[in-house]
Design a protein around this ligand. Structure first.
Ligand code: DC
Length: 213
C-alpha cells in the first residue's frame, strides 16, 4: 500500500502523513527532508545553491542516516531546499531512494510535492492537502515561536509566498495536484479534523478500488 500526500509548504501534510502512517502501521517519509539535507550539504561544502552539478553531487552522496538532523527544520534550510529542488538532476538522484522506500511492506506514506505525480504515479491513495496561505503562515509562525526562533508573522508569510511561487513555477516536477488525487482543504480544520478527513479519504478510495465492478 502506498499513500501519497502532496501539498504546499506548511499545509499540514507532514503531520497528517505521520499520523496516517502511525494509524496503519506503515513507514513514513517526509521527502522534503531529502531536499533540505541536499541544501545543507551544498552549503556546508561552500558551494552555490544555484550550481546544479554541486547539488546533484550532494544528492548522490546523501546519507539517509543524517535526515534526523534538527538543523534541517530551520526556515533558512527550507528556503535553500526550495532552490536545490528545482534542479532536474538533483530530483533524478533522489528518485530511486524514494521509490524503494515506497515499496516497504506492508505500506508506506510519503509526503512532498511530486509524490502523486512523479515519484509514485501508481500510489493506491493520493491526497492533495491545501490551506489558505495566511492560515499556513500562521501555523508555521506558531511552530517557530514554540521553537524559540526569532521571526515575525510577516516574514513567515513572505517566505511561504515565495516558496509557493518557486515550487509551483519550476519546470521539473512542479507542485501540482495529480488528476486522480483527492483535494483536502484544511483551512477551517484543526489537525484532528484533518486527520479524520484524511482517514475517510483513504477508506473511500481503497473500498472503491476493491469493490467488484
Ligand atoms: O516540505 P518541505 O517544506 O520540507 O520542503 C522543502 C522544499 O523541498 C520545498 O520548498 C520544495 C522541495 N520539495 C520538493 O521539491 N519535492 C518534494 N517531494 C518535497 C520537497
Amino acid at each position: 500500500m502506498i499513500i501519497a500526500i502532496d501539498g504546499p509548504a506548511a499545509s499540514g501534510k507532514g503531520t497528517l502523513a505521520q499520523r496516517i502512517a502511525g494509524h496503519f502501521g506503515y513507514v513514513w517519509l517526509d521527502t522534503g527532508l531529502l531536499y533540505r539535507a541536499v541544501a545543507r550539504d551544498v552549503l556546508a561544502a561552500g558551494a552555490d545553491l544555484e550550481n546544479e552539478a554541486e547539488g546533484a553531487r550532494a544528492a548522490a552522496a546523501l546519507d539517509a542516516a543524517s535526515l534526523g538532523d534538527p538543523a534541517l527544520r530551520s526556515t533558512a534550510i527550507g528556503e535553500a531546499a526550495s532552490v536545490v529542488a528545482k534542479h532536474p538532476s538533483v530530483r533524478a538522484a533522489l528518485l530511486d531512494f524514494q521509490r524503494n522506500f515506497a515499496r516497504t511492506p506492508p505500506g508506506a506514506v510519503l509526503d512532498g510535492r511530486d509524490i502523486g505525480t512523479v515519484i509514485c504515479p501508481d500510489a493506491d491513495v493520493k491526497i492533495f492537502v491545501m490551506a489558505d496561505v495566511e492560515v499556513r503562515a500562521r501555523r508555521r509562525f506558531e511552530e517557530y515561536v514554540r521553537r524559540g526562533e526569532n521571526v515575525t508573522f510577516e516574514e513567515v508569510l513572505d517566505v511561504i509566498r515565495q516558496r509557493d511561487a518557486r515550487d509551483a513555477s519550476r519546470s521539473a516536477a512542479p507542485l501540482q495536484q495529480a488528476p486522480d488525487a483527492v483535494l483536502l482543504d484544511t483551512t477551517e480544520m484543526d489537525i484532528e479534523a484533518a486527520f479524520e478527513a484524511a482517514l475517510a479519504i483513504v477508506s473511500y478510495v481503497t473500498t472503491r478500488r476493491s469493490a467488484p465492478r
